[in-house]
Design a protein around this ligand. Sequence first.
Ligand code: UTP
Length: 472
Amino acid sequence: MSQHPLIQAFAEAGQSQVFAFFDRLNAEQQKQLLADAAEIDLAEIARLNATLVAKSGAAGVDLSDLSPAPYESLPKNGGDADQWAAAKVAGENALRAGRVAAFTVAGGQGTRLGYDGPKGTYPVTPLKKKTLFHVFAEKLLAAGRRYGRPLHWFIMTSHINHAATEAHFEENNYFGLDRAKVHFFRQGRMPAVDPQGKILLENTHTIAMSPDGHGGSLRALHRAGALDLMQREGIDVLSYFQVDNPLVRFIDPAFVGWHVIRGSEMSSKMVPKAYAEEKVGHFCMQRGNLVVVEYSDLPMDMQKETDADGRLRYVAGSIAIHLLDREFIRRMATGDTALPFHRADKKIPTVDADGNPVKPEKANGIKFELFVFDALPFAKNPVVIETDRADDFSPVKNATGLDSPQTCADDQCRQFARWLNAHGAAVPVDETGRPAFDIEVSPTFGYDEDSFAESWAALAPKPAVSAGLYLA
Ligand code: UTP
C-alpha cells in the first residue's frame, strides 16, 4: 500500500505523517485521503514553509514608500461632473454591448455570522426576507432587461457549500434567471500546517483543508473555464463583489465607464473612511503601484494622520468591489506573477499521535490565504472611484452589532426611503434617515436610483407610504 506514488511523494517531502493511519483505514477512507492529498501542491507548501512559516509571521508587510492613493471623487465632492457623465455613457454602451458579467465570491466560511448554511442563502431584506442570492439575482435580472442583454453570473463556492448553494437556486427556480447563464464553480483549497510546516490531518482519513481565500478566485475562474466562456461570449469586464453585501451596485455604468475609458485592468470602489480606526483596507501608492494595506497592517499613527484641512490622509477605504479585465485575470492565473499567500494562525481541529480527535484551545496551526486586492499592483492603469457608502456597502458579517443583519436591514430601509423621498413621496425618517417603519423595494422595481426613478414615475396611482410598503 505504501507503494502508492502519492504516499511516496509525501514521504519524500517530509510529510509522511499525513499517511500515518493509512493502513488502518477502510478502502473508502483510503480513497478519501488520497483524493485530499492529490489536491496539494507539495512544492507550493515547501515554498510557504520556507517563507511564511519559518519566519513565524514576523516578516510583516512592507510599509516603505507608502502614500495615499489618488481616486476619482464624486461630482458632489469636487469630482469632474463631465467626466462622470461621459463614464456613465461609456459604461451603458459596454453593458448594452454585453461586455460585462457579474461575479460573486461566495466560498467563505462565514464563521462570524454563525449561520448554518451558505451565507448567500441568509435572509436579508427587511420585509420579504429575501436571501442575499435572491437580491443579487433580481438585480441582475433587472439590469439585463434594462440594457437588453441578460448577463452571465459566475458564483464561486467552496467544497463545503457548493451543493447547498446550487440547491438554493434549484429550489427557487433560479429566481427567474436563465439557468444557462448562471455558472457555479468551487474554489481551491489549501492544507493547514503546524508550526513546523507539517500538514495537519483533520481526522485519520481527511486532511485539514480550507478555502484558499477570495484571491483564489482568479485561478479558480481560469480552472473552471470561465475565462474561455467569457471570451466566446465577448465579455471582457468582470464585476467582482462579495456575497455578504446586498446594497452593492454591481451593475454600475459609471464604474464600468471609468474602467473602460482608462483602459484599466482592475478598478475599485472606495468610500472615505468614517473614522480613523475603521476596519477597512486602505488604498495606497507604493513605488508607483496601487496597493491595499489592511487595517491590521497600517500603523495607527498613519491611520490617524490628517492633511492641512484636518481630513484623514489615508482616507480611501476598500469595500471589496472591483472590475477585472478578462485577460488580466488570465495573466494572473497562468503567468509568472502569482498572488502572495498570507498566513493566518488558527485553531485547527486535528488528531493526536494515536488518531484521537484534538480540539485545540489556542492556535495550533497555520492557514494560507490569497487576497484578491493583491492583484492591484500588477494591473495596468488601475482606477479607484469614490462611491456613496449608503448606496453600495452594508455587509452582513456579524450576528449582532456592527455589520449585522440588523444594521444591514436598517441601511436597506434608509436607501428605499431616500429614493422615495427624492422622488416626491413622503416617508417619515429619523435623524439617521431610518424610516419609522420597515419598507422594501424589490430590485426588479428599482436596483439603483435611476431604475427606481423610472419605475416610480410610471407608477399610477402611487401607493400610500405606510408600514409594510413593498414595491415590486
Ligand atoms: P470574509 O473575509 O468576510 O470571510 O469574506 P468569510 O469567510 O465570509 O467570513 P468569516 O471571516 O469566516 O466570518 C469576504 C468575501 O470573500 C468570500 C466570502 O464568501 C465573502 O464573500 N471568500 C472568502 C471566498 O469566496 N473564499 C474564501 O476563501 C474567503
